[in-house]
Design a protein around this ligand. Structure first.
Ligand SMILES: NC(=O)c1ccc[n+]([C@@H]2O[C@H](COP(=O)([O-])OP(=O)(O)OC[C@H]3O[C@@H](n4cnc5c(N)ncnc54)[C@H](O)[C@@H]3O)[C@@H](O)[C@H]2O)c1
Length: 414
C-alpha cells in the first residue's frame, strides 16, 4: 500500500491534502493516513500551527473553516514527514523549493514518485529550471506535475473544477496520480507533456498581473480579453522556445486556457496587481502582498522577473512585450498604464516565434517563404513599443536600470 506525503501546507497545499485524504480512505492501494509537512508557525494566540491543525483538523491560518479529513496528520519535521512516503506531493511557494530539496537529499525512500503542484521556475546561471526538474535532479526521483484552473478556496468548497497531470513517459504513474486526486468535483486528465503543463501553470501568473493592472485602471472587459489573448500567445511562444516538444493541445487543457481565464478573473495575482495599479504604482508589491494576502505568497511578480532574465539573456525581450512590460511595471520602472502601449512591429515577432517553434518541433528548417508569408497572415492586435523606447519616452528613472538579478531564498525548517 502506497503512503502519501504532502510537502507544503498553504492554501493549495491544504486543499490538496483534503482531496487526497478523501481518496486514500476509499482506495485499497493507498494507506489511509496522509502526512502533511507544515512550515511551523506560531499563531497570534501563541499556539503552534501544527498542533492546532491536528487538534481541530483545520488549517486555521491558510484554509480556515474547512475540515481536512481526520486522516491528515500535520508534521513540522520535514525529514520525518517524508521518510516512509512512496508518493510525494510538492506544493510550497516555488521560492522555497530549492531550500526544501537541499534538506531532503538522501532522505527520500528509494523508488518514490513525486508530483509538483508548484507554479514557478528557478533561473540559474545555466538557464531556467522548471520546479519539477529541480525536484527530479536534486532528489533523483521521477516528478510529474498537476496544474489547472484551480483557485484553492473554490475546490475547498467542493465546487466543480478540472485539472491536468503532466507526465513524461510513465503513463501508469500518471494514472495513479489521477486516481489519487480525482473526486466527483475535481476531474483530472493526464497528458504526456510535463514541460507544457508546468509552463502553462507558471506563465499564466504573469498574465494575471497584467489583468490586475487592467482592472485597477478600469480599462474594461475588452482590454482584459486582449491582454489574455496576447498573454496566451506569449505563453505558447516562450514555452516552445524553451521546449520545442511542448504540444499545442496542452494549451487547451485545464492547465492552459482555463487556468489563464480563472487566474485573470479571480486569484491573488490579479487582486494584488489591481491594488498596485489603483495606487498608481506608489505602494510596492511587497507591502500590498503582506496587507492583502496575510502570509500567502504572490507568484506572478517573481515569475515575471525570472522570465525577464531569461528573455534578456537570450535577446528575446522585444518578442515578448507583455511579459517584459509586466516585469518593468512591477519593478516601478514603467507606470501601470504602460500595459497597453501601442507600436507596430511586435505581434509579428510572436507569430514568428510560434512558427519557428512549430518548425523546430517537426524538425523543419525556417524557410524564407514562410518567414515572409506569415507576415501577411497576422491579425491586427495590440502591439508594444520596445522597453527602451517606453522608458525613454517617459524619462522615468525610478528603480535599477537593467541589472535585474535573481534573489535567493532560504528555507527555515520548523
Ligand atoms: N492557492 C491557490 O489557489 C493555488 C492554486 C494552484 C496552485 N497554487 C500553487 O501552489 C503553490 C503553493 O501555494 P499555496 O497556496 O499552498 O501557499 P500559500 O501562499 O497559501 O502559503 C504560503 C506557504 O509557505 C509557507 N512558508 C512561509 N515561509 C516559508 C519558508 N521560509 N520555507 C518554507 N515554507 C514557507 C507557509 O507556511 C505557507 O504554508 C504555489 O506555487 C502556488 O502558485 C496555488
Amino acid at each position: 500500500m502506497s503512503k502519501v506525503t504532502v510537502v507544503g501546507s498553504g492554501n493549495w497545499g491544504s486543499v490538496a491534502a483534503k482531496l487526497i485524504a478523501s481518496n486514500t480512505l476509499k482506495l485499497k492501494n493507498f494507506n489511509d493516513e496522509v502526512r502533511m509537512w507544515v512550515f511551523e508557525e506560531t499563531l497570534p494566540g501563541g499556539e503552534k500551527l501544527t498542533e492546532v491543525i491536528n487538534q481541530t483538523n483545520e488549517n486555521v491560518k491558510y484554509l480556515p473553516g474547512i475540515k481536512l479529513g481526520k486522516n491528515v496528520i500535520a508534521d513540522p519535521n520535514l525529514e520525518n514527514a517524508v521518510k516512509d512516503a512512496d508518493m510525494l506531493v510538492f506544493v510550497s511557494p516555488h521560492q522555497f523549493m530549492e531550500g526544501i530539496c537541499k534538506l531532503l537529499i538522501g532522505k527520500i525512500k528509494a523508488g518514490a514518485e513525486g508530483i509538483s503542484l508548484i507554479k514557478g521556475m528557478e533561473v540559474k546561471k545555466e538557464g531556467p529550471c522548471m520546479i519539477s526538474t529541480l525536484i527530479s535532479n536534486q532528489l533523483e526521483i521521477n516528478c510529474s506535475v498537476l496544474m489547472g484552473a484551480n483557485i484553492a478556496n473554490e475546490i475547498a468548497m467542493e465546487k466543480f473544477s478540472e485539472a491536468t497531470v503532466g507526465y513524461s513517459q510513465h503513463k501508469e504513474v500518471a494514472e495513479r496520480w489521477v486516481q489519487l486526486f480525482t473526486t466527483p468535483y475535481f476531474i483530472v486528465t493526464a497528458v504526456d507533456d510535463v514541460e507544457g503543463v508546468e509552463l502553462c501553470g507558471t506563465l499564466k501568473n504573469i498574465v494575471a498581473i497584467a489583468a490586475g493592472f487592467v482592472d485597477g485602471l478600469e480599462m474594461g472587459n475588452n482590454t482584459k480579453a486582449a491582454i489574455m489573448r496576447l498573454g496566451l500567445k506569449e505563453m505558447m511562444a516562450f514555452s516552445k522556445l524553451l521546449f520545442p516538444s511542448v504540444k499545442d493541445s496542452t494549451f487547451f487543457e485545464s492547465c492552459g486556457v482555463a487556468d489563464l481565464i480563472t487566474t485573470c478573473m479571480g486569484g491573488r495575482n490579479r487582486k494584488v496587481a489591481e491594488a498596485y495599479a489603483t495606487n498608481g504604482g506608489k505602494r510596492s508589491f511587497e507591502e500590498l502582498e503582506e496587507e492583502l494576502l496575510k502570509g500567502q505568497k504572490l507568484q506572478g511578480v517573481l515569475t515575471a522577473k525570472e522570465v525577464y532574465e531569461v528573455l534578456s539573456h537570450h535577446g528575446w525581450l522585444e518578442m515578448f512585450p507583455l511579459f517584459s512590460s509586466v516585469n518593468l511595471i512591477s519593478q516601478g520602472r514603467l507606470p501601470p498604464s504602460a500595459i497597453v502601449e501601442h507600436s507596430d512591429n511586435k505581434s509579428s515577432m510572436i507569430h514568428n516565434v510560434l512558427w519557428h517553434g512549430l518548425l523546430h518541433a517537426f524538425n523543419l528548417p525556417l524557410l524564407p517563404f514562410i518567414r515572409h508569408s506569415h507576415v501577411s497572415m497576422r491579425a491586427p492586435s495590440i502591439r508594444y513599443r520596445s522597453v527602451q523606447e517606453l522608458e525613454a519616452s517617459r524619462g522615468r528613472t525610478r528603480g535599477p536600470k537593467l541589472a535585474i538579478t535573481h534573489s535567493s531564498y532560504s528555507v527555515v525548517q520548523g
